[in-house]
Ligand binder design. Structure first.
Ligand SMILES: *Cc1c(COP(=O)(O)O)cnc(C)c1O
Length: 394
């Protein structure tokens, strides 16, 4: 179907932080399949794990125990607030399941009237009916009929509005610690702590969307760790499988108390091949010092981008985000449009992706080194210069 405005480029293979197209042209990958290819391309550990598993067993369905999945779940719990995990296939599916979890929690506690969820403007939670209703972005709702009921959207970061939206029927608060599609907008750490406090005060679940910002992307395993809080549940996907379609809901035993045999399920979710991918990614993320390395190279990239903004104030306004989830805010007042910057960067061999709020997103594989940052910055410099030149000529 004609659902994507695709570029004409077709990639043939990848090598670490580089992609090669069918004409043999090499590109530096600073979008990673939209924060998915966390280990870059053709990572030996991931390739070997998938090949070995494919030769043994692809799928058995959730009628039987899946030891590889039990192992990945245990490793995720060891590195998070969670006690239990549900595996699925995508971010939207993880969000759907987490919303069901929140409603079921209150149902089994004897409060079936509590089903509403407070969400934030500028959010993105996926493209299913429920997740577009939760995010409440008119662009994604247009033409799809009545919204799924039960979401109250408030301005992102506004604690008064959050408190004002909490009522007798509220079950949970759902937020991305860093809004991705919305334009790499990080929640204030104090806002995150205040959300936790409000949830405790009113007996609500704090449920987080870490589909994009989780799995080491910000230099910590989970973005909410920066705020020093523990949520009740997290939905994740994207980077968790390193390119293999994999999603997960992480939750405490208490939050998942309504999720008993028969109430939720998936045919493909957590199959042995997906679990092999997840474990291979976890091998890298859990390695001693790896996340510190993400934090360090992320700070290096941040400093370079700040200098870029200072050198080209008519093109770039500011940098925001955390770790290797960074947004370059384009200077809209001078007429700089993010889509044009993304396309010029691509012409010069650097792949990025746009986001809301006139932002160019930089989401490189988590395995990048300083030299890749330097290479990306030299292309960003060139493009900023070109934009200034065409403006001077006009
Ligand atoms: C990508 C994304 C989703 C949706 O994930 P899909 O795998 O595309 O369904 C949900 N939430 C956030 C924050 C995302 O970035």
């Amino acid at each position: 179907m004609n659902t994507y405005a695709r570029s004409a480029i077709a990639f043939e293979r990848g090598e670490g932080v580089y992609l090669v197209d069918r004409e043999g042209r090499r590109y530096l990958d600073f979008y990673a399949g939209i924060a998915v290819n966390s280990l870059g391309h053709a990572h030996p550990g991931l390739v070997e794990a998938l090949q070995a598993q494919a030769a043994k067993l692809l799928h058995v369905a959730n009628l039987y125990r899946i030891p590889e999945g039990e192992r990945l779940a245990a490793r995720l719990c060891e590195r998070s607030f969670a006690d239990v995990v549900f595996f699925c296939n995508s971010g939207a599916e993880a969000l759907e399941g987490m919303i069901k979890l929140a409603r079921r929690y209150h149902h089994v506690k004897g409060n079936p009237r509590k089903y509403r969820i407070v969400t934030c403007e500028g959010a993105f939670h996926g493209r299913t009916m429920t997740t577009i209703s939760a995010a409440n972005n008119p662009k994604y709702l247009d033409g799809f009929g009545p919204k799924v009921e039960g979401f109250d959207s408030v301005p992102f970061g506004n604690m008064n509005a959050v408190r004002g939206a909490i009522g007798e029927e509220t079950a949970a608060i759902l937020v991305e610690p860093i809004q991705g599609e919305g334009g790499i907008r990080p929640a204030d750490l104090q806002f995150m702590r205040d959300l936790r406090a409000a949830c405790d005060e009113f007996g609500l679940l704090l449920i987080l969307d870490e589909v994009q910002c989780g799995n080491g992307r910000t230099g910590r395993m989970w973005a909410h760790e920066w705020a020093g809080i523990a949520p009740d549940a997290v939905a994740t996907a994207k980077g968790i499988g390193g390119g293999f379609p994999l999603g997960a809901i992480l939750a405490t035993d208490e939050a998942a108390s309504g999720m008993v045999p028969g109430v939720h399920g998936t045919t493909f979710g957590g199959n042995p091949l997906a679990m092999a991918a997840g474990n291979a990614v976890m091998d890298v993320l859990a390695a001693e010092g790896f996340l510190d390395g993400v934090d360090r190279v992320g700070r290096y990239l941040w400093r370079k981008l700040e200098a870029l903004c200072q050198a080209h104030p008519g093109v770039f306004r500011s940098v925001r985000g955390a770790g290797l989830m960074l947004g370059l805010v384009c200077e809209g007042e001078s007429g700089t449009v993010n889509a044009e910057v993304v396309s010029k960067l691509r012409e010069h061999g650097l792949l990025t992706v746009g986001a809301g709020d006139n932002v160019v997103r930089l989401l490189p594989p988590l395995i990048i080194e300083d030299a890749h940052v330097d290479e990306a910055l030299s292309i960003l410099e060139t493009v900023a210069g070109e934009i200034e030149e065409t403006r001077d000529a006009a």
